[in-house]
Design a protein around this ligand. Sequence first.
Ligand code: UT7
Length: 324
Amino acid sequence: MIRSVIVGTGSALPARRVSNAELAETVDTTDEWIVERTGIRFRHIAAPDETTATLAADACRAALGAAGLAAQDIDLIVLATATPDQTFPSSATKVQASLGINDCVAFDVAAVCSGFLYALQVADSMIRAGSARRALVIGSETFSRILDWEDRTTCVLFGDGAGAVVLEGQDNGDAGAEGRGILSTRLHADGRHNELLYVDGGPSTTGTVGKVRMKGREVFRHAVVNLAGVMTETLAACSLSAEDVDWVVPHQANARILDATARKLGLSPDKVVVTVDQHANTSAASVPLALDTAVKDGRIKRGDLIVLEAMGGGFTWGAAVVRF
Ligand code: UT7
């Protein structure tokens, strides 16, 4: 039986790191409010020459290096983003060109903060169906470009960055839950909640890029319920439960959401990877960025059972259970 195994992770952050105190010089906010309500202390903000595609390509180079593979070994690139370099062509094809791969499948996926989970399931399905062998799955965002810097209820929450994994199809026989690879994934969407988290522009409506708008308190309420639900569902799909989990790698929107979700599942907060303090909410990039951070610092080790989860605009949400 073919399984998609994560054989390398990588990430990239813009050079400029901005503290809450620096933001408070231009926005009507305080370090105390941001830390208490969100857990965020820093975010990285892209310079004009740092784009979704350049950050993604840097993350891919790091992931390929960690996997010991060359760009030419890749036959599929799936890039999750809500902030592409251009309306078209896809940023995935820009990454492909930057890596020097002249012929492979490459496309973007739009599911906002859950984008990486969507991209992961698409790539996993293609690998298991035999249409790809090795894939780069990327989450990359430059949300700073679509923030309204005069709206303190949103602009303090987001940051820029990219994370990537190399997925490889491996024949794991019938190794069960002990065998490496993606064990199960579950995705959801409920388009009735568009107005709670959206961008007020687009090519087909205003002809502009638009800015992020969010009713944060309502998103928060849905997030905890949906995330706890989809994690339980995804674990049950491979006959596992919260006790089996070594690490949860969540979407990094708010430290209070991470705590509340862990509590709902009866999981110790020590098993939750938290990077929101350093990166803020990087939308589709946040899960692979947090994953790479915890792999690099030695927390996540080969053989660990990890659960990736995210929820965002749409609403969309999803989870993946992976034997790392
Ligand atoms: O990634 C996609 C998923 N997104 C999320 O999961 C985000 C979910 N939501 C959240 O993380 C939280 O709801 C927020 C962090 C966005 C807001 O926290 P909250 O505890 O729900 O605050 P609130 O929106 O209820 O606002 C409380 C107060 C308000 O003042 P009043 O009306 O009570 O006087 C806001 O005007 O805090 C005020 N406020 C601020 N004050 C200082 C809002 N933003 C700021 C700010 N600095 N940046």
